[in-house]
Design a protein around this ligand. Structure first.
Ligand code: SER
Length: 584
């Protein structure tokens, strides 16, 4: 069954069961700087899981474009992908365990025709935060899953939350038995040997986890499910990897035809990163040195490096993009309309990288030869640093190359040298950063700095637990969402406003530095989802008032901001308030 047929069957099935089909949110979250990319179908739905009314009702279904970046370096094996599509259905305070399980079972066995014998399921075993999920297990028994294929596990396996804080709950996962022999007597769906492949997750979201690790009950019980389309396609087409399905095969074959040497891992990396890059660009992403742009840059650069490794002429890239668009156009018709734009972004980035790469790879090979002659297998921090400093090789590129040569790298020595270098060149880096600001309007830049001041003022007035939940800036105004359990009183609003204006009057300089992510965190810099940032981050400080991980741009001094005025304070979603403010 082709991927698009599975997607259509899914949406039709849930429509038949009373769900409204909603469109996929963009891969780049709208008005939400707190996350780099959409990583799950539930992400755009968080306010509704917390209790806000969704205009389409209480039963929803969609396919969601997702990107997960924690495993970039794993891509190349037989299963990891960065970009993937997640099919999902939601109950927002509507049905719960019984109906969710019954529908999942019916869809898998009747619509997709998976034999019951192929299915195993896991349920939450229970702990001090939440009881054992016997109800779900009973639902599976009733559906027809035999006792010996119903497993119970703890939070590591059967609890789902996006990040550290947010709506969450016990889940039940469905596994497909590939028919491989058991790896041991105790082989089970959680062991990861490859016998069991996870195909679907139903999360029973009825809790909220706060930053300090406490669980509270949500206003309503929700169901949040996610089914990975590429994986399901692979299983239903009887393939061993997603790269053998029709989603990747045309590009994989073309790469084999063009390559002077074959290396399946490199072909997978090229095929995967090309698709992911195209999807990011389609939704408005552009390569840069921070945040989302940095991820895109990293994907394109890694792809280019592996094209070169396969000894494929880089001029073929244009045709490879066209071929990929042909392959995917039925699933994503917008790709066709944006063909030229996608091509030009990727090719421009390739051109930039090519120059660096040739010089860097020559230097790298010299280092490897030297090490081999000396009988060593560790690339020194100094060599790593030279590659970074002189040849523009980010450490992760060197690490990647080193892995292929079975060499290790001395990253702690690199970190030390990097820090030393940062101290020396802080002024230089401030200058460099300023150069990159030209794209942003003057007012947006001012509002951007004002959000940092507002964030800091709220912490002083309301409390340290206030955290930014999102922001949106136009040349006319700023909007700022933050966690807070009550409507702000007039007095609180007044205090916040006064404090921000005091800081503006104090004419505090705004400074920027680049540092390793871990260090930034240790230094107490404020940020929303640390794991979403690249290894090297920019941190903005406003005197001692504020310190935040941020891509900028910002004004140089708070005195440039004028007068700050709160225009409105309102609820955004449960536990989240929204302030609209202007600068005059
Ligand atoms: N949010 C859950 C997941 O990503 C189910 O969709 O697995």
């Amino acid at each position: 069954m082709k991927a698009i047929e599975i997607r259509n069957k899914y949406l039709e099935f849930f429509k038949k069961h009373g769900h409204a089909v909603i469109p996929s949110a963009p891969l780049i979250p709208e008005n939400d700087p707190s996350v780099l990319f959409t990583t799950a179908g539930m992400q755009p739905l968080v306010p509704y899981l917390l209790g806000e009314k969704h205009p389409e009702g209480t039963r929803l279904t969609d396919y969601q474009k997702c990107l997960r970046t924690n495993d970039i370096d794993e891509v190349g094996d037989n299963r990891h992908l960065t970009y993937f599509e997640m099919l999902g259905n939601w109950s927002l305070g509507d049905y719960f365990k019984e109906e969710a399980v019954a529908m999942s079972f019916e869809f898998l066995t009747k619509e997709l025709g998976i034999p019951v014998e192929k299915l195993s399921v896991t349920c939450f075993a229970g702990d001090e935060d939440c009881q054992r999920d016997n109800i779900t297990a009973d639902c599976w028994r009733k559906a027809g899953i035999p006792e010996d294929r119903i497993y119970f596990f703890g939070k590591e396996d059967n609890w789902w939350i996006a990040g550290e804080e947010g709506p969450c709950g016990p889940d039940t996962e469905m596994f497909y038995d590939t028919g491989k022999p058991k790896c041991s007597e105790n082989c089970n769906p959680s062991c990861g040997c490859g016998k069991y492949v996870e195909i679907w997750n139903n999360v029973f979201m009825e809790f909220f986890k706060t930053k300090d690790g406490k669980y509270t009950k949500l206003k309503q019980h929700n169901v949040d499910t996610g089914l990975g389309l590429e994986r399901m396609t692979m299983l239903l087409e009887g393939k061993q990897t997603p790269f053998d399905t029709e989603l990747f095969k045309p590009v994989m074959d073309k790469l084999l035809e063009l390559a002077q040497i074959d290396d399946i891992a490199s072909r997978r990396i090229v095929a995967e990163h090309l698709r992911a890059s195209m999807m990011i660009i389609l939704d408005g992403g552009l390569p840069s040195n921070v945040d989302r742009g940095y991820i895109l840059r990293r994907l394109i650069r890694r792809m280019v490096r592996h094209l070169r490794k396969l000894q494929i002429d880089l001029n073929e890239l244009s045709k490879l993009i066209e071929l990929n668009i042909e392959t995917l156009k039925e699933m994503y018709p917008d790709l066709l309309k944006n063909k030229e734009r996608i091509k030009s972004v990727i090719i421009e980035e390739k051109d930039k990288f090519e120059k660096t790469l040739e010089r860097g790879e020559r230097e790298f090979n010299k280092i490897v030869n030297k090490l081999r002659n000396e009988g060593k297998d560790l690339i020194s921090g100094q060599d790593l640093f030279t590659l970074y400093e002189t040849y523009g090789f980010p450490p992760e590129v060197t690490a990647d190359l080193a892995k292929e040569q079975k060499l290790s790298i001395d990253s702690s020595e690199f970190d030390r040298l990097f820090k030393e270098h940062q101290e020396k060149s802080r002024i230089g880096s401030e200058q460099k950063f300023k150069g990159g600001l030209s794209g942003s309007g003057e007012m947006e830049t001012k509002y951007h700095t004002a959000t940092h001041l507002l964030n800091a003022a709220l912490k002083v007035v309301i409390g340290k637990d206030v955290h930014q939940k999102g922001s949106n800036i136009t040349p006319e105004r700023m909007r700022f969402d933050f966690s807070c359990d009550h409507k702000l009183t007039d007095e609180e609003k007044q205090k916040v406003e006064t404090l921000v204006n005091e800081w503006i009057k104090q004419a505090i300089p705004v400074t920027v530095e680049e540092m390793k992510k871990e260090e930034a965190l240790k230094s107490g810099a404020e940020c929303m989802f640390i794991e979403k940032y690249p290894d090297i981050v920019t941190v903005y400080s406003i005197g001692t008032v504020s310190k935040e991980l941020c891509g900028g741009p910002h004004v140089k001094n708070t005195s440039e901001l004028g007068t700050f005025k709160i225009k409105k304070e309102e609820a955004s979603s449960a536990g989240v308030r929204r302030i609209k403010a202007i600068l005059e």
